[in-house]
Design a protein around this ligand. Structure first.
Ligand code: FCB
Length: 454
């Protein structure tokens, strides 16, 4: 079998998030997060499950680290639960929370696995939600920078790669516009405020981290979803442009160009967040890298009835079952498997955004896995990884400044609103027994890494 080839020193990792794997929501003085509350609110999680145990990683991180070594991975992206460090979101520091992550980092380094630490992967401390509405409140940006400082002061001597936020679009949109994620609000005004304040928090934290750890490398992780026009009709083409601004350019332009994109910004009208002088300067300070989470492309068509956007983005076509539609494979979350659009996104970042140093901080697929005689033959996930990693390798050959690739995810974990129903892991987890089984896709990754030249 031939494998995609990457340059020397390329990082191969997996990504996880605290809430999705750790469990132990009240251990060692941890405060509640909005996700603890949301998952215990009836009707919010499709399966009725919660993440109180999840992959039980908090109680036994070693088991997962051993798996990373077994697969030959040399990097690991994980997130810190803010409310383990600051149970009330600010003020009193919880030493035991810091100790947990310090130990985790030390265990990684002992295995020659480079840590990439995400400071915020959606789990706002409930106390800050109550105090200022989470990122709906401008003060949240400053609280975030204070929390970042506390963490980096303790871990910055050993962990050098920091990701301020994970996917600000998803937290703003799912949490505050569509209401499908914590804190479960439906308000376009709040949506834009959250998005701006998240970016402000990124800018403040970036500055703060630099001031205390000059050798830290700091970036942000954005989810990028290229929006294609559903037809060749010029109105659909125009709709896809505005939709791209809503999903992608709002964040990319703020960070790399110091402005919000037009015509979207003018169209927001009354829902426009308050932007104070200096905000965009702070947001657009140079970073060390961009983290890219990529899952799939979407299609837009003109829709006069959708406020602000005038565009409708086709929802995922199917749910619950993977299937082939018009020759294209879809995952069981309704995402089309189409690596050329991923390649196109990387080239777009090279050509339109100055070819920043990049890491793929998430990419992966959820398919229905079956355990057969103690094995999981996830051929669809193997095919997915083959095509996406090959596209990344091709983009590098075509000049894209991509330095590493984190597959989502190491383990089958708590997939937010979907509960444990949707599996993304290279390693299968039986959530009743916590038994782990390396899937065929995990073995494929292991072989791919082994077969790198030099
Ligand atoms: C991303 C999230 C991550 C995971 C994957 C499947 O949007 O960042 O936590 O749920 O989707």
């Amino acid at each position: 079998m031939s494998y995609p080839h990457f340059p020397p020193n390329f990082l191969f990792g997996t990504a996880t998030a605290a809430f999705q794997i750790e469990g132990s929501p009240a251990a060692d003085g941890k405060g509640q997060s909005i996700w603890d509350v949301f998952t215990h609110t009836p009707g919010k999680i499709r399966t009725g499950e919660n993440a109180d145990t999840a992959c039980d990683t908090y109680r036994d991180p070693q088991r997962d680290l051993a798996l990373m070594s077994e697969l030959g991975l040399n990097a690991y992206r994980f997130s810190i639960a803010w409310s383990r460090i600051l149970p009330a979101g600010r003020g009193q520091v919880n030493q035991k929370g810091l100790d947990y992550y310090r130990r985790l980092v030390d265990l990684l380094l002992a295995r020659n696995i480079t840590p990439f630490i995400t400071l915020f992967h959606w789990d706002t401390p409930q106390a800050l939600q109550d105090l200022c509405g989470g990122f709906a409140g401008r003060d949240m940006a400053a609280y975030f920078a204070d929390y970042a400082e506390i963490v980096v002061k303790v871990l910055g001597d050993r962990a050098k790669h920091w990701i301020t936020l994970n996917e600000p679009w998803e937290h703003a949109a799912f949490g505050h516009l569509l209401g499908t994620h914590a804190p479960g609000h439906h308000n376009p005004f709040t949506y834009f405020r959250v998005a701006h304040h998240e970016l402000l928090g990124h800018g403040l934290a970036l500055e703060r981290i630099r001031s205390i750890a000059p050798d830290a490398r700091v970036g942000i992780t954005l989810s990028l979803t290229p929006i294609y026009p559903a037809t060749t009709n010029p109105r659909d083409i125009a709709a896809s442009k505005v939709a791209n601004q809503f999903f992608n350019d709002f964040f990319l332009d703020a960070i790399f160009k110091g402005r919000y994109p037009e015509p979207l910004w003018s169209r927001i009208g009354l829902a426009r967040p308050r932007v104070l002088p200096g905000d965009l300067d702070l947001i657009s300070r140079p970073m060390d890298f961009l983290g890219v989470n990529y899952y799939s492309r979407e299609f837009a068509r003109a829709a006069w009835y959708v406020p602000i956007l005038g565009a409708w983005v086709d929802e995922a076509l199917v749910n619950d079952q993977e299937q082939v539609i018009n020759g294209a494979q879809y995952t069981n979350m309704g995402r089309e498997v189409y690596a050329p659009a991923f390649y196109g996104t990387l080239m777009h970042l090279k050509n339109e955004y100055g070819n920043p140093r990049m890491y793929i901080t998430e990419n992966g697929a959820s398919f229905t896995d079956k355990v057969e005689n103690g094995q999981v033959h996830d051929a669809l996930r193997v095919a997915f990884l083959e095509s996406y990693l090959e596209s990344a390798a091709q983009a590098i050959r075509d000049g894209v400044n991509l330095r590493g690739y984190f597959i989502w995810s190491l383990l089958d974990n708590f997939e937010w609103r979907e509960g444990f129903d949707k599996r993304f892991g290279l390693v299968y987890v039986d959530h009743k027994t916590q038994q782990r089984i390396v899937k065929d896709s995990g073995r494929w990754v292991q072989d791919m890494i082994k077969n790198q030249p030099g």
